[in-house]
Design a protein around this ligand. Structure first.
Ligand code: HEC
Ligand code: HEC
Length: 337
């Protein structure tokens, strides 16, 4: 059956032409201040794969009625979030949690506010199949893609096969892994450029790292410990979102959510898993009060003695210090037909 053999040979050639080999998993370069980024061994980054993932990320054809793409809720122009309290999917359906930014999501070993998915590859198919978000079975999504000549060709070139659920997830994850923010005024200041931060931001930095205890959870290059904590958000509701508890069933995890990154935080309002805090001033006020009392409130959350000036300086540090000039402002690419 020569018809079967020929495509295999062709794809083998394309496979090596695309530079896809076991040796190709050298870690990507990351902006100043970010920790080294590890890439799964079975999904090395290549330019062709990243380009494919970028198209898929912006393509509304991955939703039931062709109205919603990943970029609809994670929009580069809105801090890679959506600027709203909750996320709106197909048929105007609204979910119960706010859309986190994709920026630096490559660093999360556990994805989602409650950590229910592993790695970007493990996350990417979720929203497509979710009936509120994009509402397309993976089987249907893959069938759609393989009917589009431009996609079929790229999947063949990059993976040596038609689109499958696995390769779809791998391509999107590879693109997301390039959405990074570092090299902010804070990093430059730390690297020795004393003019990189205003005086107010410098004072705010001291408040952040010392008096306000923020780094108990928002430490390290990505300003997160990657762990789950109860900061009291939403815990005064009648039936609070139990967060991490739904995954682990451990009582201590009730109302816990993964510590978000604070990079580009000036662009991703509103804040928290339920988008309940509109501004960074509101966030700081929440912490100054000592969070919202509840039995599982994290012991690192307690009322803070910060005067009005210190609070304002802290906000200035967050906004000015962690917004990068090389913000990943990626435009939607042309989509294949
Ligand atoms: C309808 C809006 C919507 C669409 C469309 C959507 N997302 Fe999301 N996304 C969300 C919400 C809301 C969450 C948080 C859900 C949770 O934690 O329970 C989320 C979480 C994530 C996370 C986890 C980030 C983190 O900080 O843990 C990633 C990564 C992600 N989405 C990528 C994608 C990709 C890739 C697509 C397209 C295939 C997509 N999203 C489509 C709303 C959306
Ligand atoms: C005990 C750990 C902990 C401490 C201490 C802490 N945070 Fe948080 N932070 C979190 C968690 C967890 C969330 C998400 C909470 C939620 O949505 O329920 C969060 C959310 C935030 C957000 C919103 C991020 C977003 O994308 O929505 C900001 C801003 C923030 N924290 C700033 C600070 C500042 C400033 C301090 C110091 C005053 C601080 N945090 C102290 C754990 C902590």
């Amino acid at each position: 059956m020569p018809r079967l053999i020929a495509p295999v040979v062709v794809s083998a050639i394309l496979f090596s032409a695309a530079g896809l080999s076991a040796q190709d998993s050298s870690p990507p370069k990351v902006p100043l201040g970010l920790p080294p980024l590890s890439v799964p061994k079975d999904n090395p980054q290549t330019p062709a794969k990243i380009a494919l993932g970028k198209q898929l990320y912006f393509d509304k054809r991955l939703s039931r009625d062709n109205t919603v793409a990943c970029a609809s809720c994670h929009d580069p122009a809105k801090g890679w979030s959506n600027g709203e309290r909750f996320a709106t999917g197909v048929r105007g359906q609204v979910g119960g949690r706010s859309a986190p930014t994709i920026i630096n999501a490559a660093y999360w070993p556990l994805q989602f506010w409650d950590g229910r998915a592993k790695h970007l590859e493990g996350q990417a198919l979720g929203p497509i199949a979710n009936s509120i978000e994009m509402d397309l079975t993976i089987k249907e999504a893959v069938e759609r893609l393989n009917k589009i000549e431009g996609y079929k060709k790229q999947f063949q070139a990059v993976f040596g096969s038609d689109a499958t659920g696995e390769t779809l997830a791998k391509a999107i994850a590879s693109f997301e892994r390039t959405v990074l923010s570092g090299d902010a005024p804070y990093d430059r200041f730390k690297a020795g450029d004393k003019s990189a931060l205003s005086e107010a931001a410098q004072r705010g930095m001291t408040v952040f790292f010392k008096k306000a205890n923020c780094t108990a959870c928002h430490g390290g290059g990505n300003f997160s410990d990657g762990a789950f904590h109860n900061a009291g958000i939403g815990m005064d509701a009648k039936e609070p979102d139990v967060g991490r508890f739904a995954v682990t069933k451990l009582l201590g995890d009730r109302g816990s959510f993964r510590t978000p990154t604070l990079r580009e935080i000036g662009r991703t309002a509103p804040y928290m898993h339920d988008g309940s805090l509109k501004t960074l001033e509101d966030v700081v006020e929440h912490y100054v009060k000592g969070g919202i009392k509840n039995p599982q409130l994290d012991e690192e959350i307690f009322s803070l003695r910060l005067d009005a000036k210190q609070q304002a300086d802290l906000v200035t540090f967050l906004k000015e210090g962690l917004s990068s000039k090389s913000y990943p402002m990626i435009k939607a690419p042309e989509l294949p037909k």
